[in-house]
Design a protein around this ligand. Structure first.
Ligand SMILES: [Zn+2]
Length: 133
């Protein structure tokens, strides 16, 4: 577990980041990029920008969003969205959920149509994360 990324002003809204990085031998390196804020349950990514980034660089490794009401498990909407993105990109993707206390990590793979929870996550300076399968 790793401490929340949230600041006090974020507690009433959802915050989302795109995770840019790489994956090698069960280790994920991810930078939190393109912060967005929105009303609870409604924050949206700039989907076109995400698609363009993946097509150009192939380095989108997932998404981080908050659950300001404190539930760390992915919602059914999160499940559907993550499986769709994993299928669209043709690769596994991380879903990190910050519940205002800690960050939980899940790995979605469209080929299994399922998620697995990852237990080891560390946060470094400049919004860099390392997640180990
Ligand atoms: Zn969610």
């Amino acid at each position: 577990m790793v401490n929340s990324t949230l600041m006090k002003r974020d507690l009433k809204c959802e915050v989302a980041y795109v995770l840019i990085g790489e994956h090698l031998d069960g280790v994920w390196l991810a930078s939190m990029k393109w912060r967005r804020r929105g009303a609870p349950l409604s924050v949206e990514f700039d989907w076109r920008r995400v698609m363009e980034r993946e097509e150009r660089s192939g380095d989108v490794v997932g998404f981080l969003h908050t659950h300001p009401r404190g539930c760390q498990s992915p919602s059914s909407r999160d499940d559907a969205t993550m499986i769709a993105w994993s299928s669209c990109f043709g690769k596994p993707l991380l879903c990190l959920i910050d519940d205002c206390t800690t960050i939980g990590a899940w790995l979605y793979d469209y080929r299994q149509n399922d998620r697995i929870r990852l237990q080891k996550i560390k946060r470094f300076r400049r919004n860099q994360l390392v997640i180990i399968e």
